[in-house]
Design a protein around this ligand. Structure first.
Ligand SMILES: NC(=O)c1ccc[n+]([C@@H]2O[C@H](COP(=O)([O-])OP(=O)(O)OC[C@H]3O[C@@H](n4cnc5c(N)ncnc54)[C@H](O)[C@@H]3O)[C@@H](O)[C@H]2O)c1
Length: 459
């Protein structure tokens, strides 16, 4: 069976590589000719663990090919749409790319085809795609059966290949028996251990994607909101998390307080759901609260830094991508922090294990910004360090070297990665989210005493 995946981004490339790995012949189609030329030469445009190997292996086996030409759909059974659906000016989902893609399909299709939408789209988009394709077919005076199916994608950047190969569930929204049968066949190889295919109507499938992302964002935001209560009372958000997460009805995932969420999905999907609700004259306050909490949370580290540091200070920022194991910088909390510090007249020294090229493109050149090649280089001469993205390699830094490199001793941990008492022993004034420090900040005698004890034990 031949498949076409339109849109070679995080979702499209991962989906295509995983389908090819299962033995399908897959063509990746994108209008970005530079991206396609690169992929034809083996250049992978994004960082995603395990992806490069899959793309290389399946390209060499001729199961995965790349093109800018829509005529490839003439030999396909299913054409997946995985193009971008960014946020529009009013917060709505911008369907420009989806519509253009549907039009191109309608202008090219020559035999019965299933069109499966992986892009995250509002309720009713399957009907819109169907009508655009039919309009183009009518212009060509052709009658061809095209079934448009909703197949929302739930992979997580940073674990996308694993998520795609072993999905928690696959949702197929369709009223067509023919399309359902074909989609079942395509996903069967991914479901050998147990059937996790959920078939439903297309409207519910489209809404399920927004419902899932908003639910996850709500859990994070609730913990962020609660962390403010912890800060004010002296309670510890990690203890509260352990306490509530052990309740089976609640579970412990997505209950980490931190510097706010970003990424290509949550922020835009929440706004799109809000827009949908508004159009339907359905109350939006739950999403308004979520949006406000997250915007405030993204500013929290910056506000804490500004309480202790002035114009001219140098702040090292560790972790720039919106989460670990990706180079995706879209809506990253680090961008808000950089902006706050630059506006306050501070200098920033930036480091991320893989997102430096993207960060340089987005942040641009500025005399207040230094792009660094390591954590230690970022710490050089810094008055404070802010950890924004919890890459694993930041868990165990060379602490004596970091302390030695720094000018000051403040450490702002936006992801609660360290134990306050240990950070104090290492010589830092340590500030985290929703956790009262073990030692009073600036109790320098106590900090020094602990530090001496720690380093006198070192060889
Ligand atoms: N990134 C994620 O983790 C994730 C997860 C689940 C769902 N989604 C959804 O999947 C969709 C794609 O997201 P992404 O992050 O992979 O996007 P992306 O921006 O990384 O990639 C989209 C690609 O589509 C191409 N494109 C645009 N218009 C086209 C057209 N008319 N014909 C052919 N190609 C076209 C672009 O050139 C680009 O390469 C979005 O709707 C997103 O909300 C994303």
């Amino acid at each position: 069976m031949e498949l076409v995946v339109v849109g070679v981004g995080y979702v499209g490339l991962v989906s295509a590589a995983c389908f090819a790995e299962m033995g399908f012949k897959v063509t990746c189609l994108d209008i970005n000719s530079q991206k396609i030329a690169g992929l034809q030469q083996g250049v992978i445009p994004i960082y995603e663990p395990g992806l490069e190997e899959l793309v290389r292996k399946n390209s060499q086996a001729h199961r995965l090919t790349f093109t800018t030409d829509y005529t490839c759909i003439t030999s396909a059974t299913v054409c997946f749409i995985a193009v971008d659906t960014p946020v529009g000016e009013g917060g709505q989902c911008d369907l420009k790319s989806v519509k253009a893609c549907a039009r191109s399909i309608g202008q090219t299709v020559s035999h019965p085809l299933v069109v499966a939408t992986k892009s995250t789209v509002p309720c009713g988009t399957h009907a819109l795609i169907q009508s655009i394709i039919q309009e183009e077919l009518a212009k060509r005076k052709l009658k061809i059966q095209v079934d448009v199916v909703s197949n929302p994608e739930f992979l997580k950047e940073g674990a996308a290949v694993t998520d795609f190969m072993k999905p928690d569930r696959v949702i197929i929204g369709t009223d067509s028996e023919r399309a359902e049968g074909i989609m079942r066949d395509i996903y069967h190889p991914f479901m050998l251990s147990s059937d996790r295919l959920i078939i439903m109507d297309p409207l519910s499938a489209e809404l399920t994607k927004y419902a899932a992302n908003t639910m996850l964002a709500l859990r994070i935001s609730y913990m962020n909101w609660l962390s403010g209560i912890c800060d004010a009372t002296g309670a510890n958000i990690l203890n509260v998390r352990a306490g509530i997460g052990s309740d089976k009805r609640i579970g412990s995932q997505f209950l980490w307080a931190g510097a706010g969420f970003g990424g290509s999905c949550f922020p835009k999907d929440i706004l799109a759901l809000r827009y949908m609700a508004e159009e339907l004259e359905h109350p939006t306050h739950i999403i308004d609260a979520l949006h406000t909490i997250n915007s405030q949370q993204k500013q929290l580290i910056g506000k804490n830094i500004l309480k202790r540091h002035k114009a001219g200070s140098t702040i090292a920022i560790l972790g720039l991508s919106f989460k670990p194991d990706t180079d995706d910088m879209r809506e990253a909390p680090s961008l808000v922090l950089i902006q706050q510090l630059i506006q306050a007249g501070m200098k920033v020294r930036l480091f991320d294990p893989v997102a430096m090229p993207h960060a340089q493109e987005i942040v641009g050149k500025n005399s207040q910004i230094t792009f660094c090649e390591s954590e230690l280089e970022a710490a050089q001469g810094a008055d404070a360090i802010a950890l924004v993205t919890e890459w694993k390699q930041f868990r165990l830094l060379d602490w004596p070297a970091v302390v030695e490199a720094m000018n000051g001793r403040d450490f702002f941990d936006g992801r609660n990665q360290y134990r306050p008492e240990e950070m104090a022993k290492r010589g830092f004034n340590y500030f985290s989210i929703g956790r009262k420090p073990e030692f009073a900040h600036d109790d320098i005698d106590k900090v020094n005493q602990c530090k001496n004890e720690l380093y006198s034990q070192s060889p």
